[in-house]
Design a protein around this ligand. Structure first.
Ligand SMILES: Cc1cc2nc3c(=O)[nH]c(=O)nc-3n(C[C@H](O)[C@H](O)[C@H](O)COP(=O)(O)OP(=O)(O)OC[C@H]3O[C@@H](n4cnc5c(N)ncnc54)[C@H](O)[C@@H]3O)c2cc1C
Length: 463
């Protein structure tokens, strides 16, 4: 086990190494599903066995149990972000309400946001109905202002939001007690979940419903009517691409989505008296108002699971398991957690892991299905995929089955984001954005004033 202690801004390690992904400890032991080693025909083939693929398969089977639905997964179901995330099942949508309103008008934007709120409770009801025990707890989210520079940003966002309330420092302290607190915004629309338990529960249910799952079966080519691996193929009139960050590895999609790495750490279980000093009694998920995103949850077994951005983007949108581990980023995360909550300064960091998430060029998630080619997709959730994938899966099912429903009217349906820039511009722009975010946070921490110039520069880069 890795023991990390915090003193005078230094991280020191002792006692061996930390384990990988915390959530994997709850993995349900099962033999891997078969590889695809034949040429078969089905009604729908889904490429990617993460949450998007699983929710889509289940939604199709729920509506039409007789459909032949196959999932082709390159590794094991839940291998991607779905099995490694921070476990926020939130109503967050990557495109801000103001931007979406400018693009599609208020009514459609409001409908999209309402669908996101509904998706959170939908996941809770679905998992309860099907006996999937994934530690779902609807405790809401606290966005903490941890320095005065963050106050205006968070308070203004709360005032413009339909479901956030601004809490004074005094009221916020009732829920959470970080070292520095200048108020917080609160929304009830987020549950903390255990990602691996959710994925494994969905896999079991999908198999029970007759979905065929092929694992260790990377798809090498998708074309209308067929998805091929190196050992077989599935011919189907409908093919759904559910590969999120890994989309970049598919032919013709190198610039469709950008893989950004998010990394996480977990502490050992903390005592009840430590939690009494920290708060988060309702397992509220939490973040703060900094630019370089951090996120955390109190797990059902009383640990902190805590993550953030800050890992580099890799030239050419490369994805590699080696990139899941960045010692410098893990150190920063531990240091950030300890400075937020000095109550845990003596706690061991027991797990460290990471993975890629998918970002579209306009930071907009989308779902779509082309009736002529029979090709569909969903993704670009940035870091907000846990609930959004359920909305995507149900929407994809309606689109494939050609049913016009409230879901198929939402503005993210059929949206096409433009491609990312070619290299080296992508590499330079994305990593410059990351450095600017870190610089802005550094400036705000020291000056206690908003880093307006740096924010302006970041906006120019993101356009
Ligand atoms: C560290 C981290 C923390 C996060 N925290 C949160 C959070 O707290 N809340 C939240 O809402 N979101 C969070 N996210 C994002 C969220 O996890 C994702 O948006 C979501 O899981 C995406 O699901 P998916 O099924 O679309 O993609 P993935 O889970 O990435 O699944 C894609 C699957 O496709 C497979 N695949 C790839 N290529 C091929 C191929 N050629 N053939 C066949 N299969 C292929 C992969 O092996 C993978 O299993 C986080 C992400 C990360 C990495």
């Amino acid at each position: 086990m890795l023991r990390t202690t915090f003193s005078s801004g230094q991280i020191s390690y002792s006692e061996g190494d930390a384990h990988g992904c915390l959530w994997d400890e709850a993995r349900v032991p099962r033999a891997p599903a078969a590889e695809l080693r034949a040429n078969i025909k089905r009604d729908v083939v889904i490429v990617g066995g993460g949450l998007t693929g699983l929710w889509s398969a289940l939604a199709l089977k729920e509506k039409r149990p007789e459909l032949g639905v196959a999932i082709l997964e390159a590794a094991q179901c839940g291998f991607g972000a779905s099995g490694r995330n921070g476990g926020w099942c939130s109503a967050l949508f990557p495109e801000e309400m103001d931007h979406l309103t400018d693009r599609v008008g208020y009514d459609l934007a409001a409908a999209q946001y309402e669908a996101m709120r509904a998706a959170v409770t939908w996941v809770g009801e679905f998992t309860t109905r099907h006996g999937i025990e994934c530690d779902f707890h609807l405790g809401g989210t606290l966005m903490l202002a941890t320095n005065p520079a963050q106050v205006d940003r968070l308070r203004t966002a709360a005032e413009h939001s339909a479901d956030h309330t601004w809490l004074s420092t005094e009221h916020a302290r009732v829920r959470v007690r970080p070292a520095h607190l200048f108020g917080a915004s609160y929304t009830p629309n987020c549950a903390a979940i255990h990602p691996r338990k959710l994925v494994d529960g969905l896999v079991a249910l999908a198999l029970e419903r007759g979905v065929e799952i092929f694992e260790q079966s990377p798809v090498t080519a998708i074309s209308p009517g067929s998805a091929r691996t190196s050992h077989g193929s599935v011919q189907a009139p409908a093919i759904l691409r559910c590969t999120e960050a890994y989309t970049t590895t598919l032919k013709g999609h190198r610039r469709t989505l950008l893989p950004i790495y998010s990394l996480m750490i977990a502490t050992e279980p903390l005592t009840e008296s430590t939690w009494d000093r920290i708060g988060l009694a309702n397992r509220e998920t939490f973040s703060d108002g900094r630019h370089l995103l951090i996120y955390g949850q109190r797990t059902a077994d009383n640990r902190f699971a805590f993550g953030g951005r800050g890992a580099p983007y890799h030239f050419g949108s490369r994805i590699s398991s080696g990139f899941d581990s960045e010692p410098g980023v893990f150190d920063n995360l531990a240091q950030t957690l300890y400075s937020l909550f000095p109550q845990v300064a003596q706690a061991a960091i027991t797990h460290r892991w990471g993975g890629p998430l998918g970002v579209s060029r306009d930071w907009t998630a989308s779902v779509g299905f082309d009736r002529i080619s029979g090709l569909g997709w969903a993704g670009g959730y940035v870091g907000d995929g846990v609930s959004t994938t359920s909305l995507a899966g149900r929407t994809l099912a309606d689109l494939v089955l050609q049913e016009d429903t409230d879901l198929t009217q939402l503005p993210w349906v059929g949206h096409r984001s433009r491609h990312w820039e070619p290299e080296p511009f992508r590499f330079l722009g994305v990593n410059a954005g990351r450095s600017l975010a870190a610089t802005a946070d550094w400036f705000e921490d020291r000056s206690q004033r908003p880093a307006r110039r740096t924010e302006w520069l970041m906006k120019q880069l993101l356009r």
